[in-house]
Design a protein around this ligand. Structure first.
Ligand SMILES: Nc1nc2c(c(=O)[nH]1)N[C@H]1C(S)=C(S)[C@@H](COP(=O)(O)O)O[C@H]1N2
Ligand SMILES: [Mo]
Length: 373
């Protein structure tokens, strides 16, 4: 996996060992088609992740949606089935929600033994301001029946060969949450194609797989979808299994809220710095559906810990930046750790529970820094 060149327009361009993606800075490329692009950790130095630095994940070739033809269909257990155009959605009241989006498999590359699947390191995560229509308003407009327990969401991408169509179910209690949106904008821009133009589901605090892109159809039902991506994938063992072990399918539960987590963005792991000046340590921390309460940093291999400063933006579902000015006393190699705690009392573990799909990696973060005299 290499850091590859950013593009200006058009499709990815091959040549000179560089691969170009429209509207993206150089990214860590796991797959070029469909695009699976990771954000390098050093880019996480702003509270909002700009659209050109935001990670990309999709299972199937990305659809190209014609906004004029596109409709959002809403049906199933609903008294007023709808087919809404983009213009009609834009006429409804719009809400703004800052929220962090993280792929469940973020950090999979750190699990030992190794697992199949994308070997994400730190950067399958980003924080954006999403703007669009509240799901709760759409539920009302469609007259969703009281017996409906799930909304089943499908996007414009379709199954190919052995990869099934991507359909996800979201329980009604989360759809009713005023922060759950059908977003039309990301950071003040229409959603980029790579992020689900013209409309995607925003499920704050929950893993990325729930955030269906290019949404075309929502079916309300008293049953979740029976397809692969809800009935089998994105499940986590309710009882921890030994590393390399297996879990019984009936012991796998649907993933919802994300783990408590922090990591360093700067300085980069294994960098060299000069003794003398203070060294700004900076990173990001978040807690899924809980509130982040604390980030502690150790600069001596975990012997002593001190509280980092958290950035002033403090919203449910959105990460906070942490900072600490560090002035090492003498030259040498230092091992640094960061550890977040949340409102439910969860703290990052030293060793996250190994699990067959490789989800929810949230170990205490560790970097090594060489201080030169
Ligand atoms: N239609 C559709 N939506 C999708 C996916 C997909 O394959 N198809 N992938 C999901 C997964 S697994 C993740 S992590 C997020 C990634 O969102 P992003 O590409 O905007 O970062 O999109 C989700 N929405
Ligand atoms: Mo994901």
């Amino acid at each position: 996996m290499k850091l590859l060149g950013a593009g200006v327009s058009g499709m990815p361009v091959f040549g000179q060992s560089s691969l170009v993606f429209p509207g993206k800075r150089p990214m860590l490329v796991h797959n070029d088609f469909p695009e699976d692009l990771e954000t390098p950790a050093e880019y996480f130095d702003t509270w909002i992740t700009p659209n050109d630095a935001f990670f990309v994940r999709q299972h199937l070739p990305r659809p190209k949606v014609d906004a004029a033809q596109w409709r959002l269909g809403i049906g199933g257990m609903a008294s007023t089935p709808l087919k809404l155009s983009l213009a009609e959605l834009k006429q409804m009241p719009q809400a703004k929600v800052p929220a962090t989006l993280e792929c469940a498999g973020n950090g999979r590359g750190y699990y030992k033994p190794k697992l199949p699947g994308l070997q994400w390191t730190k950067g399958a995560i980003g924080n954006a301001e999403w703007r669009g229509v509240r799901m709760a308003d759409l539920l009302k407009k469609a007259g969703v029946a009281s017996g409906a327990t799930y909304g089943n969401f499908n996007g414009a991408d379709v199954g190919v060969a052995k990869t099934p169509d991507f359909i996800r179910s979201i329980p009604m209690r989360k759809l009713m949450d005023p922060s759950t949106l059908i977003a039309l904008e990301m950071n003040g821009q229409p959603l980029p194609d790579l992020h689900g133009f013209p409309a995607r589901l925003i499920v704050p605090g929950w893993d990325g797989a729930s955030w269906v892109k290019w949404v075309t159809d929502i079916q309300f039902s008293d049953q979740p979808d029976k397809g692969f991506y809800y009935a089998r994938a994105y499940r986590y063992p309710k009882v921890p299994v030994p590393p390399g072990g297996a879990a019984k399918p009936e012991d796998m539960e649907v993933l919802e809220g994300m783990a408590v987590k922090s990591f360093f963005a700067r300085p980069a792991d294994q960098s060299r710095v000069k003794l003398g000046a203070g060294i700004p340590l900076q990173g990001i921390a978040w807690a899924g559906e809980n509130r982040l309460t604390r980030v502690e940093v150790s600069t001596d291999g975990g012997a002593k810990w001190q509280d980092a400063k958290l950035s002033p933006q403090n919203f449910p579902f959105a990460w906070r930046l942490f900072t600490l000015d560090w002035t090492p006393a003498k030259p040498g190699y230092y091992t640094l750790f960061s550890r977040a705690t949340d409102s439910a009392g969860r703290t990052q573990p030293i060793e996250p529970s190994w699990n067959p799909p490789g989800y929810l990696w949230n170990a205490v973060d560790r970097i090594g820094i060489l201080v030169e005299g």
